[in-house]
Design a protein around this ligand. Structure first.
Ligand code: NDP
Ligand code: GDP
Length: 331
């Protein structure tokens, strides 16, 4: 039975990747950072019904010793580095922490693998945010980067370290340049979840409006369930490499609102307010990926359309709020 080691297993992608790896009969070991709320950090794994099927171990990306010890004892065949300070907006408030975790954390894990398990295959969670101020209308593996936030700059460092460890030490290290991907397990601070959660609250009479920032930004949104499949495929290739993973369709936040409110039978224009204070210091106006290489080399393509995904997210948020309402009535 092959073993995979996943950092960031308590996050959105970590949970879906763990589920995929269990289906593929891997032993799944996930790293959790120590928390005083350890009873709830496994919530996403519980939501997927797999919490008791994965092994959770304590560690932190900024503690190299913990990583070496874990890689030494777990002896993984595949290592997926999904842990990060992953929220762009927060990266202006905590730029140094973002650098320590998202940039140097990846270097720490690469070092741990190089020292303790150099034959393991390595995946780095790179991001379309690295394209930032886009240099080409559709971004692929050859498009120059122009990061626009401390988060994107940290990801760019981690990306180049992955390429460098591949070229310097012959490690099987691959980097997935993933465009935005969402799901009912997406963090509540990201715009898709803010919108689907807002729709659910408004529909159930718990809120009257939804405040957002820039409604004109465009993103290429896919479903996390599709995107974790691409991660696994990258590590099954004979040679490591870099791959863009995207849908090839871009949509404004405004149209996202139209779709999400429309699913609940509501008109977004009556509820959504754009507030200047929620805009970012520097914006990534538009992202649109070209995943041609992933299709040709991995046979990967997305299977879930934006409308389907948003419907799933709105329904999940409605169910969550209804369950909370029922629980409150019982107490
Ligand atoms: P999440 O924010 O949902 O998950 C991040 C994970 O990292 C959580 O498990 C978190 O733990 C963990 N983490 C944070 N800091 C540390 C640390 N110091 N040590 C160990 N673990 C830590 O992100 P996603 O699942 O959405 O994304 C996965 C990866 O892919 C991230 O690296 C993200 O930046 C990247 N990415 C995501 C995209 C997307 O659209 N989702 C697009 C492109 C890249 P805890 O639960 O304790 O907070
Ligand atoms: P990102 O692409 O990783 O930054 O993902 P987000 O979901 O955080 O943001 C996507 C886009 O939505 C960015 O252009 C944001 O400026 C825009 N946006 C507009 N309003 C909001 C909001 O209220 N929250 C978030 N997170 N983003 C917003």
């Amino acid at each position: 039975m092959p073993t995979c080691f996943i950092t960031g297993i308590t996050g959105q992608d970590g949970a879906y990747l763990a589920q995929l790896m269990l289906q593929k009969n891997y032993r799944v070991v996930g790293m959790m950072r120590r928390s005083s709320s350890s009873d709830i950090v496994g919530e996403r794994l519980r939501w997927l019904g797999i919490l008791d099927q994965v092994e959770l171990v304590d560690g932190n990306l900024i503690d190299l010793a913990s990583l070496i010890r874990l890689v030494e004892t777990i002896k993984p065949d595949e290592v997926y580095n999904l842990a990060a300070q992953s929220f762009v907006a927060a990266s202006w408030h905590q730029p140094l922490l973002t650098g320590q975790v998202t940039a140097l954390g990846a270097a720490n894990l690469l070092e741990a693998v190089r020292i303790a398990r150099p034959e393991a295959r390595f995946y780095q969670a790179s991001s379309s945010e690295m394209y930032g101020l886009i240099q080409q209308p559709r971004q692929n593996e050859q498009t120059p980067f122009y990061p626009r936030s401390p988060y994107a700059i940290a990801k760019l460092y981690a990306h180049w370290m992955t390429v460098n460890y591949r070229e310097s030490f012959g490690m099987h290290a691959s980097s997935g340049i993933l465009f935005n991907h969402e799901s009912p397990l997406r963090g509540i601070e990201f715009v898709t979840r803010r919108v689907t959660d807002g729709v659910a609250r408004i529909k159930l009479g718990l809120a009257r409006e939804l405040s957002l920032g820039n409604l004109d930004a465009k993103r290429d949104w896919g479903h996390a369930r599709d995107y974790v499949r691409a991660m696994w495929l990258m590590l099954q290739q004979e040679k490591p490499g870099d791959y863009v993973v995207a849908t090839g369709r871009t949509t404004t936040i405004r149209d996202l609102c139209r779709i999400a409110f429309g699913h609940a039978g509501l008109d977004y224009e009556q509820y959504v307010v754009s507030r200047p204070e929620l805009r970012r210091p520097a914006e990534v106006d538009v992202l649109l990926g070209d995943a041609g290489k992933a299709l040709a080399a991995l046979g990967w393509q997305p299977t879930i359309r934006l409308e389907e995904m948003i419907a799933e997210m709105v329904e999940a948020d409605l169910a969550r709020h209804r369950a909370r309402q029922r629980a409150q009535l019982q107490t």
